[in-house]
Design a protein around this ligand. Structure first.
Ligand SMILES: Nc1ncnc2c1ncn2[C@@H]1O[C@H](COP(=O)(O)OP(=O)(O)OP(=O)(O)O)[C@@H](O)[C@H]1O
Length: 330
């Protein structure tokens, strides 16, 4: 199968369509999309627009009515569906852990089906628990009911990663958690994906989550029609139409600030100044701006240099009005 590599492989959807029996219109209507190897692509769109159906066709939990799916150059529709699913990680909001199996057994499920020897499975379980920040000795023998919702979701993600598949499908995997746990899981997941470089399709209807996680975002409308498919920065800077703009909401500029890191933009002065408020190099520009406002100053210092309000505006492609620019910067 396509997982000779554990790093991501390309996914191609060609005119993929699903018309559920008895429904007046197709749930997914001729979607074509190229998902580059090793990228995380987020599907966002309103409830019922066909996100889940599109995803479930890729691992054939739903059989397409027509169209093609290629993963790593292989025609998915010619493969055995059960075999296919063992090679694609799948994590969903409801988690779907088996209640009568321990955490270790739940995570080891697919490797066991693939016939891995017991010691290799045990080693993999330990590795994955550590990867999702659950202490193996504390958690491996617990049952799902003995975990919090956020811990269950981590186990769900670990299980999806268990056989080291090159492709992961994730359907609102952090959806059932409170905002703080959710943000924590998102941050961990971003770090994890930087190392793993899987090809991931991630479904959400939270645009903030899409911006945070996605290398690219596919904004979908009814019938999984693609309204725009681009990087978060490009979509925020130039939404394709009113529909996409409506999705972004009023505060596109603030969202773009959250996307850019202090270290991404050129520092205006080479030496950090210890009298200025200090910001981490990997902090977002939004955090840097909050810090400047809290200290009533137009600049802050990071390990990569001094960041000014003017530089921040330039990075966004907006110009501060003359009265906003301190005399020294004009
Ligand atoms: N098994 C089914 N039989 C008939 N219609 C279905 C079936 N599953 C989904 N649908 C319909 O297909 C459309 C797309 O559903 P889908 O679950 O793919 O949307 P979604 O974008 O994932 O929605 P949500 O964000 O609410 O999960 C909806 O109108 C839904 O009612």
């Amino acid at each position: 199968m396509f997982d000779r590599d554990t790093e991501g492989v390309r996914i191609e959807l060609r005119a993929l369509t699903k018309h559920y029996q008895g429904q007046p219109a197709p749930a997914v209507d001729h979607i074509s999309l190229d998902i580059p190897a090793g990228e995380l692509v987020v599907f966002v769109g309103p409830s019922g627009c066909g996100k889940t159906t599109t995803m479930k066709m890729i691992n054939r939990l739903v059989e397409p009515t027509s169209g093609e799916i290629h993963i790593g150059g292989q025609d998915v529709l010619s493969l055995d569906p059960d075999e296919l699913r063992r090679h694609i990680g799948y994590a969903i909001q409801q988690v779907g852990l088996f209640p009568h199996q321990t955490v270790a057994q739940n995570i080891g499920l697919v490797p066991k089906l693939l016939g891995w020897p017991a010691d290799r499975i045990a080693a993999r379980v330990e590795e994955l628990l550590a990867l999702v920040s659950l202490e193996p000795s504390t958690f491996r023998d617990r049952y799902p009911r003995q975990l919090s919702g956020g811990q269950q979701q981590r186990v769900g993600v670990a299980r999806a990663l268990a056989a080291d598949p090159p492709v992961m499908l994730m359907d609102e995997p952090f959806g059932a958690t409170d905002p703080i746990t959710r943000e924590h899981l998102q941050n961990e997941f971003v770090k994890l994906q930087k190392q793993l470089r899987k090809t991931i399709i991630f479904v959400t209807h939270d645009f903030e989550e899409a911006i945070k996680l996605g290398d690219r975002i596919a904004v979908l409308r009814e019938g999984s029609h693609v309204a725009q498919y681009d990087t978060p920065a490009a979509i925020l800077a130039a939404p394709a139409d009113d529909y996409v703009a409506g999705f972004i909401g009023q505060d596109a500029t603030l969202k773009r600030l959250a996307l850019l890191r202090v270290e991404d933009i050129t520092a205006t002065e080479p030496l950090p100044d210890s009298h200025l408020p200090q910001v981490a190099a990997d902090a977002s520009l939004r955090e840097a701006l909050d810090l400047m406002m809290a200290h009533g100053t137009d600049r802050c210092s990071s390990p990569t240099g001094v960041l000014t309000y003017t530089a921040l505006c330039e990075a966004l492609g907006t110009r501060p009005s003359p009265e906003e620019v301190p005399a020294g910067d004009r």
